[in-house]
Ligand binder design. Sequence first.
Ligand SMILES: NC(=O)c1ccc[n+]([C@@H]2O[C@H](COP(=O)([O-])OP(=O)(O)OC[C@H]3O[C@@H](n4cnc5c(N)ncnc54)[C@H](O)[C@@H]3O)[C@@H](O)[C@H]2O)c1
Length: 328
Amino acid sequence: MNTIAIFKNIQGSRIALIGAGFVGSSYAFALMNQGIVNNLTIIDVNEDKAKGDVLDLSHGKGFAPNPVHITYGTYEDCHNADLVVICAGANQQPGETRLDLVEKNLKIFKSIVDQVMASGFDGIFLVATNPVDILTYATWKYSGLPKERVIGSGTILDTARFRFSLGEYFKVSPLNVHAYIIGEHGDSELPVYSSSYIGATPIQTLIDRHDHFKQEDLDQIFVDVRDAAYKIIKSKGATYYGIAMGLARITKAILANENIILTVSAHLDGEFGEDHVYIGVPAIINRNGIRELVELDLSESEQKLFHKSANILKEILALHFDEVKPGS
Ligand SMILES: NC(=O)c1ccc[n+]([C@@H]2O[C@H](COP(=O)([O-])OP(=O)(O)OC[C@H]3O[C@@H](n4cnc5c(N)ncnc54)[C@H](O)[C@@H]3O)[C@@H](O)[C@H]2O)c1
């Protein structure tokens, strides 16, 4: 879609961004550079930082492909937003797992979501803060909005990393790699090799045909993808550009009513054999949020790993939400 076509779709669009740290401000920058939004309001407890970002970004207006109005805002400004994007919260410290952040960020989220809903907000929530699957479930519960209108970034970044690495390995553009990472955005996520294609050719066929392509190499690629955040955090303290572009991609899918398949954290209600959980799966995204989930034909071992991953999330959720019952 060219910038003129995007602009027609996003005309009048309003996004409220809550949390302008590394991830939030990179997302704002990506939105602006890609001409994805008309009106952007930034909210953060650190008022100085957010106001600085508003000014800094506003100075780039003349270089942006589409007109954009950026303001520092309060929760009242969420009332007519199409999308509220939450990147606020404590971030992952070196050696800390995403699930370690649960307690801290659930408290922050209760306060944020209550204030957003008190404004009269009736749009779509997009959550990036970790642990993203848990906090997306919490946002759904705290907001009372339909599940289709509460979306987490889930494994969009992990899938992008996987496609990038497979593209390097098979020497094709990541755009020609059709492969998904599903499950928790975290240590228990899994690659779905049984539905992985280069162009229209199953990856398994390429391995069978060519001696130089090996399953062991793909296994290592997955491990590197799964652990990429730890590596980046160790080297520069945080990850933000990749996720910011992933959030911008979901935003465009929503505002431009794209009906595109992206791996996001979505509520499962029996799909993939799970319920009462938000978890990374492929979903068709459009102006209404999640139109439907794309159920993959998982192999037996993939199904087992997915169930294990869902159960890890459900064990955490069960500590905070009575209706969640982890299975065996
Ligand atoms: N989903 C993903 O794939 C992914 C990838 C990278 C990072 N993340 C997560 O994104 C989150 C943000 O990361 P970051 O590096 O930008 O952190 P950061 O510390 O740079 O930014 C967090 C921001 O939230 C603000 N904040 C804290 N409490 C708030 C509140 N109650 N109301 C409003 N604002 C509040 C802080 O002032 C700060 O500006 C973390 O949870 C991180 O783990 C997710």
